[in-house]
Design a binder for this molecule. Structure first.
Ligand code: MN
Length: 326
């Protein structure tokens, strides 16, 4: 059992125009990454009291060095980015936006959304890809019936179940799992991957470890199967995985880089409205034009990649002074 690490979520306000609290498990004091997954936020189900007026409104903000992965359980979000993409994020459909050297985007729940419920994930890009062009991929995941469960593979391959056509820079896995009450499910997995299970609804045991809402249970590489047991209610969970990522990274606000100076350069470029670096979002109609960057970091940022064997770090996100905006 020593190879299972359960990360407890912390509640943080999402940066943006309207307050939406999210439950964040990555990055944490104990751990920086699962594969190349570097950021895991869970939110909702949150009722939208006045549909069309309340809900999510995240004004244009920048990213570098990462891909955002949006996956909804309920509701819909209108996405606009400076790569010229205008898309609606819907439940069961994955959207993956590659920032490369620089991108900016906005996220607004649609007027008919009455409940916000989903996850927002980031993937760190490896050195050879992180300076590249903006990109966007979309895939409607199939619902595949298993004994006692339904699986939607949105990234990577779950052997014997399904594979997603989404292209990733490092080997990754992302699967939504719905388990029937009392179900016992054994999933075949790639032994070279480390894995993590995020619990959304119900009670779930992973390899005998009981998970609570929004907790993330991380499993070291070396396993060929993962065993999940549902409690007395239906379970919804998300399985993530990937080959351990060996580069040291710096995360600050919405940026993933390798050095302090890269972070400061990106921050200054955003504040200077450097459209050459980040482009421009067309068509966003919110109450503010863009989200300003926080003040520059005072202490020098250090690259990190905290593994479960190292014990807790003395400060949480190293490094993140203001909540990232998804
Ligand atoms: Mn974002």
């Amino acid at each position: 059992m020593a190879d299972v690490q359960v990360l407890e979520p912390r509640r943080v306000p999402l940066g943006g125009v309207r307050n939406l609290d999210v439950w964040r498990t990555l990055p944490s004091r104990e751990r920086t990454l699962v594969g190349a997954w570097c950021f895991v936020d869970h939110y909702g189900p949150t009722p939208v009291v006045r549909p069309g007026r309340d809900g999510m409104d995240v004004a244009p903000h920048p990213h570098i060095g990462l891909q955002t992965v949006s996956w909804l359980f309920e509701g819909q979000i209108e996405h606009r980015d400076s790569g010229g993409v205008h898309a609606i994020v819907r439940p069961g459909e994955v959207n993956l936006m590659g920032a490369g050297h620089g991108i900016c985007h906005s996220e607004v729940s649609t007027p008919d959304t009455t409940v916000l419920h989903g996850i927002q994930l980031w993937v760190v890009l490896p050195e050879r890809d992180r300076h590249g062009a903006r990109s966007f991929q979309h895939h409607v995941a199939r619902a595949v019936a298993l004994p006692g469960a339904t699986a939607r593979v949105f990234i990577g391959e779950l052997p014997g179940v399904d594979a997603s056509p989404i292209e990733t820079a490092t080997p990754l896995l992302g699967v939504e799992l719905l388990l029937e009450p009392g179900a016992h499910v054994e999933l075949q997995v790639d032994a070279a991957f480390e894995h993590a299970v995020l619990l959304d609804a119900g009670v779930l045991r992973l390899e005998g470890h009981e998970l609570s809402h929004a907790e993330l249970a991380c499993v070291a590489p070396g396993r060929r199967t993962l065993t999940l047991d549902a409690g007395d209610e239906p379970v919804r969970a998300v399985l993530l995985g990937g080959v351990p990522f060996d580069e040291q990274i710096v995360m600050w606000w919405n940026f993933v880089a390798r050095t302090h100076d890269e972070i400061v350069a990106a921050r200054d470029a955003w504040q200077a409205e450097d459209a050459g670096r980040f482009g421009v979002v067309e068509g966003y109609q919110g109450p503010i034009r863009r989200i300003p960057a926080p003040p520059p970091p005072v202490a020098r940022l250090r690259a990190r990649n905290r593994r479960p064997t190292e014990g807790p770090a003395d400060n949480v996100l190293g490094e993140t002074p203001a909540s990232p905006a998804f």
